[in-house]
Design a protein around this ligand. Structure first.
Ligand code: C2E
Ligand code: MG
Ligand code: MG
Length: 729
């Protein structure tokens, strides 16, 4: 899998690499020191005539020193922003002084414009030693001062003025107050003890700086400080070489300059890392982090939809060239809202994370998992030879997700719905493939859940039809396309019609008859149900009144209430208004609410049922047995009738379980002092079974299908109805 959950992504920082770099620094230090040791133990290299080294080599080395020292100053100076690390400004200022002192030294070389007038090279040594003393002091200061201190950028002017002033003073002394320079190289002998003392101090200072910085780098895990350690070591060694210098042997002098250059180079590189590379890398990292946030989900670390679209485009191009297929999965957790509502969002988040880990474990390295949003995920399964592989992956995913999730002491059971599209069969564009996978997922959600389905053409047709229903439903009422059919309810004892259920019918101008099971859920989703529901209520009540006027006996008229209608505030007042408006006796009105609706929010349902009951209407629980009834609540509902769902009745004479359930519901209803009606009775056997087991009423095609009002009136008029036995024959 190319994208793993956040927890699996983080790599531990490599401590081993740091240790290696420390030993590398020590190795370099030893390597640098070895020529000095060699020089001091091997007599054969002690004698090296001055003439052996061309004077211009010295000049070139010194020029290089001036150039690098100037670059160090310039780099530090220009890196200034509002605040800057103190050590940088110290080094930068010191190297300005070093550059100027080295320049003075360069100018006083025997071939220089201000070559020593005395011929003693006192100025030459004076500027050289001053430059190295400044370097040693700066490195020592940097080694001992805390690295993290910042100073105001304005203070950099001090770092400019101070070194320039010092150098001007030094130059003035060298040029005009030679009398102060007491350490002349008289008679070409060794320098005075004070000079040697300064040189030893430089060696000691630089060595101490190297040691302190090495320790500090070690303690603070600062790899970059290694360059300063090498710089300080090279500086100490350079001075040690200068200590061995004699007019008869120029090799140590040459080595001293080379080491000085090494030191300057290291300081330059260290500074470059601090002021150029490090900020650039920080910027680069923050940019990468920002980009990652744009393309990746923070909670799971998975790519977001935008990235998956890109990857899909790429995968389409690749798959197009090969002989393989590409499967796109759209996965949605079933009833995830309930997890959040029941256990809270923190548990919900953990569920998502664990869910992702489980999905990832089912994927191969060629597959990509992404988070679309919330509880929706997208999977790209690439390089598969056959769609069968996609089916296997879907099964494996569903299997893993069915295992319970143990979070914060809760055991949570989940399932998912998966829609799959195949490239190139279903579509050739990334958006088309994703859209169709989503469509397939929705189709799973609509009926099965906890399973997967490949995209088919039918899905598109049904979606198109749904879109048409949705758009024309709003005009259905105004266009008089709705009407009611009535299905009789028959009393088992008397065999007579005791009530009728109003069932909505819609004749669509293009689609023809659209069954309520198709358009009522859509009306619920788009809110049309309130207006349609009120129309049904008014129409049914008016019809019952009209039948009474026509002289029909008093019958119960049942009207179905959808979940949304039932949950709507002020429903009782609306029903009461309709009753008043039509003048129907409330006792003749029966409202049917499905079991799943009343069990959704039981406390609210109890109060809604109670306020309806106060109007004097009858209440029945429709489709009983299909939802998850809590019996303790059932006894608290102020209801009159339980309607056994058709699914039990249809097999009641063949299926032992359905028979047992039906008997149990009848017993339960009677135990709660409720009347019980069996829906969907289609055969005499079913009717006889129900009657024998004490069912009070029946409704179904066996007696009559839902019919037009006139037909129903005729049926009622022709009562008493023929006996059931007669009808069957
Ligand atoms: P329901 O309230 O359970 O209505 C009974 C359904 O079973 C009706 O389907 C009816 O025609 C059908 N039926 C009755 N006897 C038999 C039988 O012997 N065999 C079979 N196979 N079916 C039988 P219909 O009219 O298609 O309505 C389906 C559902 O749509 C209703 O189920 C109800 O939930 C809903 N519905 C219908 N009209 C309305 C309405 O005005 N408002 C609301 N909110 N829902 C309605
Ligand atoms: Mg009903
Ligand atoms: Mg029903």
């Amino acid at each position: 899998m190319s994208s793993k959950p956040e927890g699996q992504l983080s790599a531990s920082p490599d401590g081993g690499q740091r240790a290696t770099s420390r030993w590398r620094v020590i190795g370099v230090v030893i390597l640098l020191a070895s020529p000095l040791l060699w020089l001091s133990v091997d007599d054969s290299v002690q004698v090296f005539a001055r003439d052996n080294v061309n004077g211009s080599v010295h000049t070139v080395l010194e020029v290089c020193e001036v150039v690098i020292a100037s670059m160090i100053f310039a780099l530090g100076w220009h890196s200034v922003n509002r605040k800057m690390p103190r050590n940088i400004i110290i080094l930068s200022g010191a190297f300005l002084a070093i550059a100027l002192l080295d320049l003075c030294q360069l100018l006083t070389l025997p071939i220089g414009p201000i070559a020593s007038r005395s011929g003693t090279q006192a100025e030459l040594i004076y500027f050289g030693i001053a430059s190295r003393a400044v370097g040693a002091a700066a490195l020592l200061t940097v080694a001992f001062l805390p690295h993290t201190k910042f100073i105001s950028a304005r203070l950099r002017y001090v770092a400019f003025i101070l070194p320039v002033s010092i150098v001007i003073l030094a130059a003035w002394i060298a040029l005009y107050r030679t009398d102060i320079l007491t350490f002349t190289l008289a008679d070409q002998s060794l320098p005075l003890p004070v000079l040697t003392g300064i040189q030893y101090a430089v060696v000691a200072g630089c060595s101490a700086a190297a040691l302190v910085m090495l320790r500090r780098g070690w303690a603070h895990k600062d790899q970059k400080v290694g360059y300063l350690v090498i710089a300080a070591t090279a500086m100490a060694l350079s001075e040690a070489f200068f200590l061995q210098f004699s007019p008869a042997n120029d090799l140590p002098g040459l080595a001293g300059h080379i080491y000085e250059l090494v030191a300057y180079g290291c300081v330059y590189y260290w500074l470059f890392l601090q002021v150029v590379r490090a900020p650039y890398e920080r910027l680069h990292r923050s940019e990468r982090f920002r980009l990652r946030q744009l393309t990746h989900d923070t909670m799971t670390g998975l790519p977001k939809r935008s990235l998956i679209v890109q990857k899909l485009r790429h995968a389409i191009a690749q798959t197009g060239r090969s002989n393989t297929k590409l499967a796109i999965f759209f996965l949605d957790i079933d009833f995830f809202k309930k997890v959040n509502a029941t256990f809270g969002h923190s548990v919900g988040d953990q569920v998502i994370r664990l869910f992702v880990v489980r999905m990832a474990s089912a994927l191969s390295s060629d597959d990509t998992l992404a988070r679309q949003e919330g509880d929706e995920f997208i999977i790209l399964q690439s390089k598969i030879p056959h769609r069968h592989q996609a089916a296997l992956l879907a099964e494996s995913l569903l299997h893993r997700l069915r295992e319970p999730f143990h979070i914060q002491g809760h055991e949570i059971f989940l399932s998912a719905s998966i829609g799959i599209t195949m490239f190139p069969e279903d579509d050739t564009t990334e958006h088309g493939l994703l859209h169709k996978a989503h469509m397939a997922m929705n189709s799973v959600k609509k009926d099965a859940r906890n399973s997967y389905r490949f995209h088919t053409r039918d899905m598109e047709n049904s979606l198109r039809e749904r879109a048409l229903i949705e758009s024309s439903l709003r005009q259905a009422l105004a266009n008089n396309e709705l009407l009611l059919h009535y299905q009789p309810k028959v009393d088992f004892r008397t065999g007579t019609i005791v009530g009728v259920e109003a069932l909505l019918r819609w004749h669509h101008p293009v689609l023809g008859q659209v069954p309520p099971s198709r358009f009522i859920p859509i009306a619920e989703e788009n809110g049309c149900i309130s207006a349609i529901g009120m129309w049904v209520l008014k129409e049914a009540c008016a019809q019952m009144l009209s039948w009474q006027i026509q002289g029909l006996p008093r019958l119960r008229i049942s009207v179905n209430l959808s979940a949304r209608q039932f949950q709507q505030a002020g429903l009782a007042a609306l029903v009461s208004d309709v009753l008043k408006e039509t003048g129907l006796d409330p006792a003749l009105l029966e409202l049917e609410i499905t079991e799943s609706t009343v069990m959704h929010d039981t406390e609210a349902a109890i109060s809604a049922l109670a306020s309806l009951k106060k109007l004097g209407v009858m209440l029945s629980i429709d489709d009983f047995g299909t939802g998850y009834s809590s019996l303790s609540y059932l006894k608290r509902f102020p209801i009159d009738v339980l309607k056994i769902d058709r699914s039990f009745v249809s097999d009641v004479t063949h299926d032992f379980n359905d028979a047992a359930i039906t008997k149990a519901i009848i017993a339960l209803a009677h135990g709660l002092d409720l009347s019980v009606l069996a829906e969907g009775v289609e055969t005499l056997e079913q009717a006889l079974f129900l009657k024998a087991n004490g069912c009070n009423e029946m409704q179904g095609f066996y007696f009559s299908e839902p019919v037009m009002p006139q037909k129903l009136a005729d049926m009622v008029r022709s009562m008493p109805m023929p006996s059931m036995q007669n009808r069957a024959t």
